[in-house]
Design a protein around this ligand. Structure first.
Ligand code: KG4
Ligand code: ZN
Length: 345
């Protein structure tokens, strides 16, 4: 089998998603966000996430099937496999998706593949919408910077299923730092996109925030100190008194995060001799980060692939594409909730 048609479910955090792909081609991708549910709490409330996945999942699956032009009663014949994110994530949230996928597998007789969420993010840089004319590029070796709300990792991808963890955050993930600093500034959840927009108006050199571990020889990150530095600054100076001051703070904070992410990724690339760098995960949507990586790629002459904006955040198309690649390779189906199988050293 060269190209598998797969339906996948993703429910690891606060997006309920379902998608259908033909290999790397996305036939449909439906995402129901729970942002409005969690925003009043300033972060994801696990119990609420599970309950809302329960409510949203059936209509989201139905919409993905319909948009892909499939017959709900003929899925067994129209698909090659089913997939579901089985780790890592909020356990209750994962279980909703996994149990729905098991039900579908029972009803259709299709094999069910568990996908590691971070392997899914790796595939977000390879998938292409049905409407794009050119053929998607096949999954190939590269250096990946995975930056999301829960993870900040540098992974050398040697091939399908061969992922070498070069470094990771020792405390907060980059997205988590954005969200926590937004909360300190009284901004809404998730803070990443809000800080990103404000930063575009501000002066990144207004406040000198620390660049942790910039000169360490390893490829690890740390963002907890930066968050504390923002808190200390606010204690000393008070909350920003104008939009311009707020924008300056956001720009200065964002520059500190971006500096470290870009410098460490480039150092890992040089050390490993990778000619290709991918930036994936929710934080890969950040305009400042994308611009700085564009500059670095032009300066150092490597090929840069940033995930398309609509596939940076959590979605099921990337999960389906990862599963489709494994199906094509003949991997045996299995689902293992909460066990890190894909990205560990
Ligand atoms: O990949 P994702 O959707 O979910 C996880 O797997 O965690 O990432 C969500 C994270 C949140 O922390 C959010 O604030 C951040 O990605 N994010 C951004 C931007 N858009 C989303 N951070 C910075 N700039 C953005 N434009
Ligand atoms: Zn994610």
């Amino acid at each position: 089998m060269t190209m598998a048609r797969v339906l996948a479910i993703e429910s690891s955090c606060d997006e309920t998603a379902c998608a259908v792909v033909d290999g790397l081609r996305v036939r449909s991708s439906v995402v129901a966000s729970q942002i409005e549910v969690h925003a009043p709490f300033g972060g994801v409330v696990p119990e609420l996430a599970s309950r809302h996945h329960l409510d949203s999942l059936a209509p989201v699956i139905r919409a993905a099937i319909e948009q892909a032009g499939l017959e709900p009663t003929k899925l067994g014949a129209q698909l090659d496999a089913l997939a579901v994110t089985d780790s890592p994530g909020l356990v209750g949230a994962l279980l909703v998706g996994v149990q729905a996928a098991r039900g579908l597998a029972l009803a259709t007789g299709l094999p069910l593949f568990g996908v590691h969420h971070m392997e899914g993010h790796l595939f977000s840089a390879f998938i292409a919408d049905d409407s794009t004319a050119s053929e998607p590029e096949p999954f190939a070796p590269h250096l990946a910077l995975l930056v999301s709300g829960g993870h900040t990792e540098l992974v050398e991808v040697h091939g399908l299923g061969r992922y070498e963890l070069l470094g990771a955050t020792r405390d907060d993930a980059a997205g988590e730092a954005f969200d926590k600093v937004a909360k300190l500034l009284g901004l809404s959840y998730p803070g990443g996109p809000i800080i990103d927009r404000l930063a575009a108006e501000g002066d990144p050199s207004a406040v000198a925030f620390p660049r942790a571990m910039l000169r360490s020889k390893d490829f690890d990150f740390s963002f907890a100190g930066l968050k504390t530095a923002v808190a200390v600054h606010l204690e000393r100076e008070g909350q920003p008194r104008s939009r311009a001051e707020l924008a300056d703070l956001c720009a200065s904070f964002q520059a500190a995060v971006v500096d470290v992410l870009v410098a460490k990724t480039c150092a890992a690339r040089r050390a490993r001799g990778c000619e290709r760098v991918h930036v994936v995960g929710g934080v890969a949507a950040n305009a400042g980060l994308r611009a700085r990586f564009d500059d670095a790629a032009a300066r150092e002459g490597f090929r840069l692939v940033t995930a398309p904006l609509r596939y940076c955040g959590d979605n099921a198309a990337m999960i389906a594409a990862a599963a489709a690649a494994h199906v094509a390779e003949g991997r045996a189906p299995r689902v293992v909730v909460q066990s890190s199988v894909a990205l560990d050293e």
